[in-house]
Structures are given as structure tokens and as C-alpha cells.
Design a protein around this ligand. Structure first.
Ligand code: WTA
Length: 646
């Protein structure tokens, strides 16, 4: 194996080396208030904070406040403060879906002007401080303008991934009582257009009539027009290019982002302004070893938290040049990522393991024909990366010279909590390795809740104390926030992940310990898919679990019990797949559906998912104790008709 210790040349120019990491980490844990007080100065405050941290993890009174008496404007930090020195520097390189269309280089001045235009248009629609605005957009510059316009005027944005269905969009618009939804005519992706406007029209049928829809022209496709639609391009052309940033409290919400949990419907994760921005900016700088003048590319979609923190807020707060890509890795062919890297001389490249696995399968020639000599750091996010994919990324893409940062974090955490640091860490394929500054992970025994000390141990992963980027509450449901993250293990933030701490003290994430699955790096609650399935008239009951999938990491395996009198058929299977797509979105479509005459239940009626997971994994030899089942014979039928046979 190649030497995975940091190269001396890299370490020399890096923000932090091994010794620096150890020293800074120790200081950050010894005196968090001093450490974060100092880091808080990396952004501009209108009124400087005097209080750094006010946190209580006690159930019933959980509160998380950072820099609470400071005031600032996030958009001014991402744009205006750079204008004196960077007005003509490119802020965003926009790369469209089709390589034959022209890329756009948007300077900080243009970003300013367009953000202000968007803010003025929103203000004309009646949006003011504290109002919610839903974004349902393709990966186009207007998505960044809209996020920053909301931040500038103190409105709270909530982005809904453009792959979600009208129903999912409607429930999010209603969930946060949005005043406006910003959408586009169509979203080109991989050579196909998604009908965003018509999806929005369908969603709005289930929303209050006062909700306005602001429509950006992307393709110019023919779309139906209703009374509540407002033509963004017509208004933006006439709009003023200035808009005074609104003074916001550090703890005023910046955005809501819905994410899947183990129970019920997705919850609205709330991030606030000051602490979030400090944390996004700091992690972006250190994790990617970002230096002035670098071109940085995160391939995520702004519909996910990765796009929020590491396409928009972190990079722009640092005055970076950030690439925004509309397309997919395999269109027009498997060379697309690498061609974009070559075309824009990308220095830091950040993507998901599922994309790496898919591209690895296409062969090395797609990578080798491109000039990737500008690359300095490679990153991954969203799910564990298997060593085979890691090695391919390292050898074929990075040519053995680019440190790989395997960043572990969550929608809830706002930014990276564990990651190797380029220039400081001797890498281990598949491990997120070590905590970021100020983060104190602990491994607990799942049953007793006791902390497991020492190395070479495994358990559930919790975090001992707060950090500025942490979520503050669930929108409209603080009780659910406390219950989800602070009730199982008292005094800790519970991550929902399991982990192993190896003999050297490095961390390996072993996956979710709750009923959340990770499909192509997208988080999906099994309960959400189940409730979509049982909403179908022919379905009586359903249980959904994850199973190992070569490309997606995990696939969706659904056990379905039909209503009495309904006959299983391939046509019905197709019908259910289409149904789930339309209820939630294509990412939730089950990969395998097994007809289950009965589900394994305890006598009290609880479905024993452990057994269903084992069968879905084609690993039924060790099912464990089934004696507590009400009817053990259902298991034999499920094994006999299992869908995932190796
Ligand atoms: C998983 C994405 C292993 C984990 C930023 C976490 C990872 C969930 C990694 C959060 C990683 C994320 N290694 N697992 N590097 N990164 N995960 O909210 O299970 O979409 O709890 O945030 O993804 O997913 P989310």
C-alpha cells in the first residue's frame, strides 16, 4: 500500500500539520469558550458578541446558544465584506447540465447585484424578516441568489430537493407555512427535464391560496401559468441592485431543512445565523485546506445540507471560488466530473462514495484522459466509503498525491464533526478518523448508556458538548428535538450512528443504529417509505429495511402485505414502485419488493426488524431468537421467497 502519511511538501503549505492539529484540538477542548470566542471573529459582526456559549443538554430544558448577543448579516458576510478586495473575482462558476452550453463565471460584484435583485423581488411579494420561503429549484445560480437574498432580508429559507414529489413539496410548504415558493420552469439533469413548475402547481393545490410562486426561467419550456405565479425574470430585469442587509441576531434562524428521522414524517432542522456561519466557514477552510485563489468544487445539490454548508455558505464566507454543477456524473458520459475538473482547474473536489463507486465501475480511461493536475484535496461525504472505492479515488483520481478527507457529519451538525485533515493526518481508507476542533466524541454502550473508555471499542456515537454549527431545534416542535437527540443518552447529543474506535483512537462510522437508511448518500426514513406504501389502497401493511447495495451503499427492501383478496403480480409491483415515486420522489423507490403474507411480530404486535434485515441481507442462518414471535412460521415463508439471493 502507498504511504498515506502527509507529504512534507503538502504539510508545509497546509493550514495545519500534525503537531498543529494536536495542539489546537487540545486547546479547543480545554477551554471551548476561549477557542470559539476567538473563532467567532472570523466573520464580521454588526454588533460584536460578548457571550460565547450558553448551552444546556438537560432533558426538558435543552437550549443551545452561541454568540447570542451579537448581530450580523450572513449575506453581507458571504458577499459585501469581500467587495473591497474581490469584486471582480469569480465567486461562483456555474457549470450547466450539458457540456455544450456555456459555463458562467459570476463575480462577487455580480453575486451582490443579483442577490439584491432577488431580495427586492421577494420584498415586493411581501416577504419580510422571519418569513419562510421555500426553494424548489434546479442547480442554477438563482438558487444561490435566493438563499443569500433570504439571508440578506432576514427571511428563512427551506430548500426542497428538486427530486422530491409534489406531495413532499406540499408538506414542507405547509410545515413551515411558507409565504412564497421559488421554482423554475424545468430542471435539466442528465439530458432530461424535470417539470418543476407543474410539480409546484400540483403541490400548491394542497396549500393555502395566499402562497405565491415565483418562477425562474431555466429552459424556456412551455409551462402553464396561474394567477399566483410571478415571473422572476421580468421582475429581476427591473429590480434595483442594492438592498440593505438586515441586522439579525446570531440566534435568528437562517434556514430550515427537512430531513428524515427514524419515526414519522421528516423534521425541519433549524440552523441559526452566527454560529452556523462560523462553523461552516471554519470547517471549509481547514478540512479542504482551502487557500485564497483555489477553485473548489462540491458536487452535492443545494437541496441537501452539504450544498448549504459547502457550496454556498462556507466557501462564500471565505471569499472562495465555488463551482456549482447542474448535471450528473455520468452525462453525457462517465468522464463528466473529470472534464469539469480539467476545464475549471479544480483544486478541491468533494463528492459522495456512491458516485465514486458508480464511476469506478466504468473504467479508468474516463479519468485518465483528463488533466487532473490541479487537484490537491479530495473529499467524500454522506456514507461510509469502502476501501476499494477509496483506493480507486486515491490512486486513479488523486494519483496518490491528494489527501482524501472522509468527512462524517449530519444535517443536524451543520458542518464536519469528524474528518482527517489534509497535511496533518496519516490516512486510513474508510475511516473518518478524528474529531474536528471543539468536538468531543464518546462511544457508549447501547444498552447501559455507559461511556466506553479506551481504544479498540465499539458502540453508539454521541457528542459530549455543543459546537456552534449545531442545529437548535426542530421547527415548531422543540419537544421532538429534545426527544430525538437528548433523551436516549442523558447529557449527550445522540447522533443515531454506531462507531468503532480502533487501537489508535481513530473513529470508523459503522452506520445508523436507528431506522434511517442511507441510499446513495441520501437519508431516508424507513417509516416514510412504509407510510407511502400503506397509503396505497391495495396494501395492508409494510415493513421497509435497508440491505447492502454495490453502488448505492444501501438499497430499499420493502416487505408488503396485501389487502385480503389482492393478488401479487409483477404489474402490482411496478404500480407500487410508481406510487412511492409519486408520494415521495424517485430516491425513495424500493429496489426490491417482497410479498409477505405475514410479518414477524412479537406477541405485543411489534415488528421484529432485526429478522427482516437479516433476510434482506440474505443472511438468514443466524436469525437469533425467534421464539418470542407470535407466529414463527411466517419467517420460513419470508426466507423461502427472499428477493436478494447472492
Ligand atoms: C451518514 C450528510 C460514514 C451517517 C452530511 C450520518 C456518513 C448520515 C458519513 C447523515 C461518512 C455521513 N462516513 N457515514 N463520512 N457522512 N454519513 O443528514 O449515517 O444527509 O448520520 O448528512 O449520513 O446524513 P445527512
Amino acid at each position: 500500500m502507498s504511504d498515506l502519511s502527509p507529504s512534507p511538501e503538502f504539510a508545509k503549505n497546509a493550514h495545519i500539520d500534525a503537531e498543529g492539529y494536536a495542539k489546537t484540538y487540545a486547546a479547543s477542548i480545554a477551554d471551548p469558550a476561549a477557542f470559539w470566542g476567538n473563532e467567532g471573529k472570523r466573520i464580521d459582526w454588526i454588533k460584536p458578541f460578548t457571550e460565547v456559549k450558553d448551552v444546556d443538554y438537560t432533558l426538558g430544558q435543552v437550549k443551545i446558544n452561541w454568540y447570542a448577543d451579537g448581530t450580523l448579516n450572513v449575506a453581507a458576510n458571504c458577499i459585501d465584506r469581500h467587495l473591497a478586495t474581490r469584486a471582480n473575482q469569480t465567486a461562483i462558476i456555474w457549470e450547466p447540465d450539458s457540456p455544450t452550453d456555456e459555463a458562467k463565471h459570476i463575480t462577487y460584484q455580480e453575486l451582490h447585484d443579483n442577490t439584491c435583485r432577488m431580495a427586492n423581488v421577494l420584498a415586493d411579494l411581501g416577504v419580510t424578516k422571519g418569513d419562510r420561503v421555500v426553494l424548489y429549484l434546479p442547480m442554477i445560480p438563482e438558487a444561490a441568489y435566493a438563499m443569500l437574498a433570504c439571508a440578506r432580508m432576514g427571511a428563512i429559507h427551506s430548500i426542497v430537493f428538486a427530486g422530491f414529489s409534489p406531495d413532499a413539496l406540499a408538506s414542507r410548504i405547509n410545515g413551515c407555512e411558507a409565504k412564497v415558493v421559488i421554482t423554475a420552469d424545468e430542471a435539466p439533469r442528465g439530458g432530461r427535464n424535470t417539470a418543476l413548475k407543474s410539480n409546484t402547481d400540483k403541490a400548491l393545490e394542497s396549500c393555502d391560496a395566499s402562497v405565491k410562486s415565483l418562477v425562474v426561467k431555466r429552459t424556456g419550456g412551455d409551462v402553464a401559468w396561474t394567477d399566483r405565479d410571478v415571473d422572476y425574470n421580468a421582475l429581476a430585469a427591473k429590480a434595483d441592485t442594492t438592498f440593505a442587509p438586515v441586522e439579525m441576531g446570531a440566534e435568528d434562524p437562517l434556514f430550515i431543512l427537512y430531513t428524515s428521522g427514524s419515526t414519522g414524517q421528516p423534521k425541519g432542522v433549524v440552523h441559526t445565523s452566527g454560529g452556523y456561519l462560523v462553523y461552516a466557514a471554519m470547517t471549509h477552510q481547514y478540512t479542504f485546506d482551502y487557500h485564497d485563489g483555489d477553485v473548489y468544487w462540491c458536487t452535492a445539490d443545494v437541496g441537501w445540507v452539504t450544498g448549504h454548508s459547502y457550496i454556498v455558505y462556507g466557501p462564500l464566507a471565505n471569499g472562495a471560488t465555488t463551482v456549482m454543477f447542474e448535471g450528473v456524473p455520468t452525462y453525457p458520459d462517465a468522464s463528466r466530473f473529470w472534464q469539469v475538473c480539467e476545464k475549471h482547474s479544480v483544486n478541491q473536489f468533494y463528492t459522495a462514495p456512491t458516485a465514486i463507486r458508480a464511476l469506478m465501475g466504468q473504467g479508468n480511461e474516463f479519468v485518465e484522459k483528463c488533466d487532473l493536475s490541479a487537484l490537491k484535496v479530495l473529499g467524500t461525504v454522506g456514507e461510509p466509503i469502502n476501501p476499494e472505492a477509496w483506493n480507486w479515488y486515491n490512486d486513479v483520481v488523486g494519483k496518490g498525491t491528494c489527501p482524501i478527507v472522509d468527512t462524517w457529519w449530519q444535517t443536524e451538525t451543520g458542518g464536519h464533526l469528524m474528518t482527517p485533515m489534509p497535511g496533518a493526518t496519516t490516512l486510513k481508507p474508510g475511516s473518518a478518523q478524528q474529531p474536528f476542533f471543539g468536538i468531543e466524541p464518546a462511544v457508549l454502550d447501547a444498552t447501559s448508556g455507559e461511556e466506553i473508555h479506551g481504544n479498540d471499542v465499539e458502540g453508539v456515537l454521541v457528542i459530549k458538548d455543543s459546537w456552534p454549527g449545531q442545529m437548535r431545534t426542530v421547527w415548531g416542535d422543540h419537544e421532538r428535538f429534545e426527544k430525538t437527540y437528548f433523551s436516549d443518552y442523558k447529557g449527550y447529543y445522540f447522533t443515531g450512528d454506531g462507531c468503532r474506535r480502533d487501537a489508535d483512537g481513530d473513529y470508523w462510522i459503522t452506520g445508523r443504529v436507528d431506522d434511517v437508511i442511507n441510499v446513495s448518500g441520501h437519508r431516508m426514513g424507513t417509516a416514510e417509505v412504509e407510510s407511502a406504501l400503506v397509503a396505497h389502497a391495495k396494501v395492508a401493511e409494510s415493513a421497509v429495511v435497508g440491505y447492502p447495495h454495490d453502488i448505492k451503499g444501501q438499497g430499499i427492501y420493502a416487505y408488503v402485505t396485501l389487502m385480503t383478496g389482492e393478488e401479487p403480480s409483477d404489474a402490482l409491483r411496478k404500480e407500487l414502485e410508481t406510487w412511492v415515486r409519486s408520494e415521495i420522489g424517485p430516491i425513495a423507490k424500493p429496489d426490491l419488493i417482497q410479498w409477505a403474507p405475514g410479518l414477524p411480530k412479537t406477541r405485543s404486535g411489534k415488528i421484529m426488524r432485526r429478522i427482516l434485515r437479516k433476510i434482506a441481507e440474505d443472511d438468514f442462518a443466524t436469525l437469533g431468537d425467534t421464539s418470542t414471535l407470535a407466529d414463527p412460521s411466517v419467517v420460513d415463508d419470508l426466507i423461502e421467497n427472499r428477493m436478494n439471493r447472492k
